[in-house]
Design a protein around this ligand. Structure first.
Ligand SMILES: [Mn+2]
Length: 173
């Protein structure tokens, strides 16, 4: 198959402008755009046209789904914020969620820390936060995924759309 490019952001916490900026840059160019929750925007906001978005623990608007399971041509994406699976304490529940969804890729947020890792044949990706980074990587980031038949390449970008090369990773599917 032709490779697919996904843009993934999370935890924008009221900063509508960065969501708009990323959407404007990639809509129609990337194959899909994701927001993993805690936007704190209304679910009815037209900004979500063309973005897959889920509910975070700071989204009190009941119009957002908790999870999305999205089949693409030959892989499946599971998307959730993470708080419902208590990812502050254990990865087990998030891994079970992704396994039950028969996902190849699991997108999450909540921790405000960029992370890309593989477990049980599933690649888990936290794009970090575009507004409030936590942990040792003090950078506001989003992620780009390039998925082909054999590999999933993950790179991170700053709000200024500059590559943050230290976090680049490649996984074998
Ligand atoms: Mn958050």
């Amino acid at each position: 198959m032709a490779s697919k490019t996904f843009i993934v952001m999370s935890d924008s916490h009221g900063d509508r402008e960065i969501v708009r900026d990323i959407k404007e840059r990639y809509l129609g160019k990337a194959d899909a755009i994701f927001h993993n929750g805690d936007s704190e925007l209304p679910s009815s906001d037209s900004i979500w046209d063309g973005i897959y978005v889920v509910a975070g623990n700071c989204d009190y608007d009941s119009g957002y789904p908790n999870n999305l399971v999205l089949p693409f041509s030959n892989f499946t994406v599971a998307q959730t914020h993470g708080h419902l699976y208590h990812i502050n304490f254990t990865w087990d529940n998030l891994i079970y969620f992704a396994q039950e969804a028969a996902a190849d890729i699991c997108l999450y947020g909540h921790l405000h820390r960029p992370a890309a890792w593989q477990e049980e044949g599933i690649v888990f990706i936290n794009p970090g936060s575009v507004l409030q980074p936590r942990g040792e990587i003090n950078e506001k980031l989003y992620a780009k995924l390039v998925i082909d038949d054999d590999t999933i390449k993950v790179t991170y970008y700053t709000r200024e759309h500059q590559l943050y090369p230290a976090l680049s990773k490649e996984f074998i599917r």
